[in-house]
Design a protein around this ligand. Structure first.
Ligand code: GDP
Ligand code: IMO
Ligand code: MG
Length: 426
């Protein structure tokens, strides 16, 4: 049975939560492979909106095994809070597992995230959740892992090693008082019993499911253009949201992955700083923001909005090896007379058809648009391709053609039932 990766193909918030939840009805396992609670995935079921930051979007099904893989950075406080939030809503978290090798976000990571961002000459606009500092410690081999939370004694041992160095940094560089081991233990010890129950080997769980012929979905967080290697660095996150990240992030071989579904919005958004070629700083951008309710799930910040950027999406098709696309929020475009798709960039008078890796070039690119007529009709109740307005089908065909990748799903509303399937992954 195939392992399918669901990946954000733009700058995040493409609707990965909605698409993962939709596909999860057919899956046995849903696994997050990177990022942390910088993610905000909204899933709407029967009119109720569930906001997930860390727990995979398969959790709303009673029989789906949900895994937080070793590539994720876990804030244990947020994890336990999110479990309680779900339990309070009647959603069981019995089938949740967390890799014991996933790294932990500690209180000093969050403080450092804020302090470093404030100190930065060129702001990134991070979510302030401690993501960058936690990944930095992981790669500097100064991290604390979920398995260190097994007992108070093991956490104390780990903190005794890393905390003096962190305190030195906080006190000498930022004039911050730092943290004591006991302070952190006071916060984390009550979480111990819950955490111990979750600890597992994500690699073994996924491989076992694969060998049993079960269906596995890997749920990406953030998006391709926020990837540490292939995104618009330095305006990126600190992990590998791209499809390739699923292999190390879960501990599976790349040969196990058979399909990669890229989630794209019918237009483009971005939260935080960094270049955005098709950004609309006018009333059209505001109309998209209003219709799409484009305000961040995690930080509530207004998202920057613009037309669909096919140059960037083509790049995403390449970087992720997309086998198909799930296009979301088509209904947001119901109200526009004319729609635009950016088919290439213009850089100092020269056409550019490939997404530039040089940020300074990207910053000076102008969009070249192909215009298409709008359809001026509500699509939120459409269930089949043939029932979409002709102009909507033409728009979708133009997107597929420009990015050279087939569209497998079209989403016309936040609800599970507002999804048109053209070609199912399972
Ligand atoms: P994610 O981070 O990629 O999971 O995306 P978010 O959940 O942060 O943002 C997507 C938002 O759009 C959420 O509020 C979803 O409920 C909503 N959404 C998803 N698909 C559709 C759609 O097709 N139409 C509309 N109107 N809203 C959608
Ligand atoms: P989901 O999974 C959109 C952005 C932040 C910032 C940059 C770095 O909901 O799509 P970080 O806190 O990760 O160090 O911030 O990345 N960012 C996101 N933007 N959706 C997300 O997640 C994001 N996660 C991080 O706004 O620009
Ligand atoms: Mg989001």
């Amino acid at each position: 049975m195939p392992i399918v990766v669901v990946v954000g193909a733009q700058w995040g918030d493409e609707g990965k939560g909605k698409v993962t939840d939709f596909l999860a009805s057919q899956a046995d396992v849903v696994a997050r492979y990177q990022g942390g609670n910088n993610a905000g995935h909204t899933v709407v079921v029967d009119g109720t909106a569930y906001k997930l930051h860390l727990i995979p979007s398969g959790i709303l099904y009673p029989n789906t095994l949900c895994i937080i893989g070793s590539g994720v950075v876990v804030d244990p406080v947020v994890l336990c809070r999110e479990m309680k939030y779900l339990e309070d809503l009647g959603i069981s978290t019995e089938r949740l597992a967390v890799s014991s090798t996933a790294h932990v976000i500690l209180p000093y990571h969050k403080v450092l995230d804020e302090l470093e961002e404030a100190d930065r000459l060129e702001k990134i606009g991070t979510t302030g959740r401690g993501i960058g500092p936690a990944y930095a410690d992981k790669y500097a081999r100064n991290g604390i892992r979920m398995r260190d939370l097994q007992s108070e004694e093991s956490l104390r041992r780990a903190l005794d090693v890393v905390l003096p160095q962190k305190n030195k940094l906080l006190q000498k560089l930022y004039d911050h008082p730092g943290f004591t081991v006991d302070q952190i233990l006071d916060e984390f010890s009550p979480l111990g019993p819950t955490i111990r129950r979750l600890l597992s080997d994500s690699s073994l769980l996924v491989e076992t499911a694969y060998r049993k012929g079960q269906r596995v979905l890997c749920e990406g967080a953030q998006g391709t253009l926020l990837d540490i290697d292939h995104g618009t660095y330095p305006f990126v996150t600190s992990s590998s949201p791209t499809a390739g990240g699923a292999a190390p992030g879960l501990g599976i071989g790349p040969t196990r992955i058979s399909q990669v579904v890229g989630v794209v919005k019918a237009y483009t958004t971005r939260v935080g700083e960094g270049p955005f070629v098709t950004e609309l700083r006018d009333e059209i951008g505001q109309a998209i923001r209003d219709r799409g309710k484009e305000y961040g799930t995690t930080t509530g910040r207004p998202r920057r909005c613009g037309w669909f950027d096919a140059v960037m999406a083509r790049y995403s098709v390449r970087i992720n090896g997309l086998t198909g696309v799930a296009l979301t929020l088509l209904d947001v475009l119901d109200a526009f007379d004319t729609l635009k798709i950016c088919t290439e960039y213009e850089y100092h008078g020269q056409p550019l058809s490939e997404f530039p890796t040089d940020l300074r070039v990207l910053e000076e690119c102008r969009p070249v648009y192909r215009e298409l007529p709008g359809w001026g009709r509500d699509t939120t109740n459409v269930k089949h391709w043939d029932d979409l307005p002709e102009a909507a089908r033409a728009y979708l065909q133009a997107v597929a053609e420009e990015i050279d990748c087939p569209i497998q799903y079209v989403s016309v509303g936040p609800g599970r039932e507002q999804t048109i399937t053209l070609k199912a992954v399972f």
